[in-house]
Design a protein. Structure first.
Lengths: 115, 115
């Protein structure tokens, strides 16, 4: 079974530029999550999708961050414009709705450096 | 507001030693608790999941315990090996369904096992 795929693996941009990250969840997983992990900290949930709908985006900085999940499969996370404090690893995870425990499976992440 | 703390932030032990990693949380109203492993440059891998009604879970050389009333969990690693070197994160799932409860992560404990 293929895991959660993310691209790119690394991205370096200057502040005020835009950037987009892509995630392809495990096939059949209806729930998709985007996390932000700043160096030395645990991941923080930015947004959670159930199929196409947003379940939780309470910690998403909506003035600069946006996310969408087309057709309930792939998802993109965009930052526009980027700030220095956005430097972090952005992790995507997915889980199977019918699985009682809701275990989340994580991708390798995209490491963003904002200069 | 649920907060998760892990102590120590870093730990170095000689190979073969048994060790305990600690996790504490401020609100005992949780759905479950998970321990994850994160290797450098990679995503998170779920190690053990303890439901709120359970006291412990075991997998191979790993044993995780949960004491909800005191807001504590421990991850016990027996006979540590250099391959166990990684960052270990605990996360509590807030109440809700298995797929809507948010995961709140600790900041992690970075373990180094010296040959």
């Amino acid at each position: 079974e293929a895991g959660v795929a993310q691209s790119p693996r690394y991205k370096i941009i200057e502040k005020r530029q835009s950037v987009a990250f892509w995630c392809n969840p495990i096939s059949g997983h209806a729930t998709l999550y985007w996390y932000q992990q700043i160096l030395g900290q645990g991941p923080k949930l930015l947004i959670q999708f159930q199929n196409n709908g947003v379940v939780d985006d309470s910690q998403l900085p909506k003035d600069r961050f946006s996310a969408e999940r087309l057709k309930g499969v792939d998802s993109t996370l965009k930052i526009q414009p980027a700030k220095l404090e956005d430097s972090a690893v952005y992790l995507c995870a997915s889980s199977l709705v019918r699985q009682g425990s809701g275990i989340q499976y994580f991708g390798a992440g995209t490491r963003l450096s904002v200069l | 507001k649920q907060e998760v703390t892990q102590i120590p932030a870093a730990l170095s032990v000689p190979e073969g030693e048994n060790l305990v990693l600690n996790c504490s949380f401020t609100d005992s109203a949780i759905y479950n608790l998970q321990w994850f492993r994160q290797d450098p440059g990679k995503g998170l891998t779920s190690l053990l999941l303890i439901q709120s009604s359970q006291r412990e879970q075991t997998s191979g050389r790993l044993n995780a315990s949960l004491d909800k009333s005191s807001g504590r969990s421990t991850l016990y690693i027996a006979a540590s090996q250099p391959g166990d070197s990684a960052t270990y994160l605990c996360a509590v799932k807030l109440p809700g369904s298995s797929n809507t409860g948010k995961l709140i992560f600790g900041q992690g404990t970075t373990l180094q096992v010296k040959p």
